[in-house]
Design a protein around this ligand. Structure first.
Ligand SMILES: [Zn+2]
Ligand SMILES: [Zn+2]
Length: 446
């Protein structure tokens, strides 16, 4: 079938409007420097960050094909005017490709709003750790789960103490972020969207009394003690070093209670959920200098106030590749009352039930399943929402286009593209599609 598509049956050119990711600085930097980075890795980066992880190369290679026709495409035809167009595949990488992450993040936010979050107020908490511990999580990614779990436990225990009950628990959606705001520097921290109160085993919601500063101090201290003792038990911290960190003042640990979002503010909640799962770098913040360095706009540095960061390209490639999660490492998790809710996520808008089993976190299944009719429809809707264009609407007559074939075989794809290029050579180059409109006010590093 694919061979037939690539044959000479089609004499007229197919109009198309690719996203042209290769025009972005993000793409160019990776295209130019990734091979050098891999070559230099062992000597330059491995001593501190550990060996190049198996997930990195395939992710970057898939990204370099994302949105580009040579990586394969779907062929669309308008049933009304017979116009045709090609649509390139996306890489669907996690926490790396700005375009795919924007779609992923949008889907996550919608799922939260529609299926997970109870109609009660929520607060955004951020848990961060001292610099001395960050490298541990860089070299051993599985410890990130422990970090996420501990951040929730600290909140859970503090809330239970406040109500003086052990059978109640809040619901939390937690997101592991590994990047800070200074050019994707390594800074693992946890964002949690937590119910401003607890659920009883019967599903009744008990709102938190006015949050006192002492509550936050309590959470922070628990977070420090729990994490240090767990790392020690897992034989990742020696006893003397653990004790030293227990005594540090200031501790280097911090828990911030950020915005409170009320139950009648679903849009704010959705925006926050998108912020929790955003891509490590905003494409607009990135450029190249005359002397081939990477220039990044960041939040003001706490000491110098600088908002511009200049990096060697390989250091930048390293920083950005460190943000790719290992395969099977879930970045978003549901705890407490929401652990059950994700299991019963069809029970929309019912009060969550809590019980003994709820202490087990549920990881978000964050890789999309194989393309199906439903997921194609979903994908088209997401593109509409992120890019404000409808990928299935015929540019000529406005009817809805249909996918008539999908081309993945490199030989067939090349042949088809050569044919198109010849037919298209005397046209003006198409306008690139805009980059995603997903952004939020950044939260500075602490
Ligand atoms: Zn048409
Ligand atoms: Zn992609």
């Amino acid at each position: 079938m694919e061979m037939a598509v690539a044959s000479k049956e089609k004499a007229t050119p197919l109009p198309y409007r690719p996203r042209q990711p290769e025009r972005t600085t993000f793409y160019r930097l990776l295209e130019q420097h990734f091979d050098d980075y891999v070559y230099a890795n062992e000597e330059r980066f491995e001593p501190k960050a550990g060996p190049l992880r198996p997930v990195v190369r395939p992710t970057v290679e898939a990204f370099l094909d994302c949105g580009r026709l040579h990586g394969g495409f779907a062929r669309l035809r308008c049933p009304s005017c017979k116009d045709e167009r090609l649509l390139a595949f996306s890489c669907q990488s996690r926490n790396f490709c700005p375009s795919c992450q924007a779609k992923r993040s949008l889907l996550f936010a919608e799922k939260l709003r529609e299926q997970i979050l109870a109609p009660v107020p929520h607060r955004h908490f951020t848990h961060s750790i001292p610099k001395a511990l960050r490298g541990l999580f860089e070299r051993e990614r599985s410890l990130l789960s422990l970090l996420s779990q501990t951040a929730f436990e600290a909140i859970n225990k503090s809330f239970q103490k406040l109500f003086d009950r052990k059978d109640v628990r809040p619901g939390s959606v937690s997101s592991i972020q590994t990047f800070g705001s200074f050019g994707a520097n390594w800074n693992p921290h946890i964002h949690c969207l937590v119910t401003e109160g607890v659920f009883t085993p019967q599903g009744e919601f008990l709102p938190l009394p006015d949050p006192a500063t002492s509550l936050l101090k309590d959470i922070e201290e628990r977070f420090r003690r729990l994490l240090l003792s767990r790392l020690h038990r897992a034989e990742r911290l020696s006893e003397p070093f653990m004790n030293k960190l227990m005594e540090w003042n200031p501790s280097g640990f911090s828990v911030y209670a950020e915005q409170l979002v009320l139950d009648h503010e679903p849009q704010r909640l959705e925006k926050l959920a998108r912020y929790l799962t955003r891509a490590p770098v905003r494409i607009d913040d990135l450029s190249e200098t005359q002397d081939s360095r990477v220039s990044l706009t960041t939040t003001p540095h706490p000491l110098t106030g600088d908002t511009l960061l200049l990096l060697d390209p390989l250091d930048w490639v390293h920083a950005i590749c460190q943000q790719i999660p290992d395969r099977g490492q879930h970045l978003t998790r549901f705890y407490g009352a929401y652990a059950n809710r994700i299991r019963n996520s069809r029970l929309t808008h019912q009060a969550p039930q809590t019980g003994a089993a709820d202490s087990q976190p549920r990881a978000e299944a964050d890789s999309p399943s194989a393309p199906s009719r439903a997921s194609r429809a979903c994908w088209a809707r997401l593109i509409r929402k992120v890019f404000e264009v409808d990928p299935l609407i015929c540019a000529r007559c406005g009817a809805e286009m249909k996918v008539i074939s999908v081309l993945t075989e490199p030989k067939v794809v090349d042949k088809m593209l050569r044919h198109l290029q010849e037919a298209d050579s005397d046209r003006a180059p198409p306008e690139p599609r805009p980059e995603p409109l997903v952004s939020s006010e950044p939260i500075p590093d602490r």
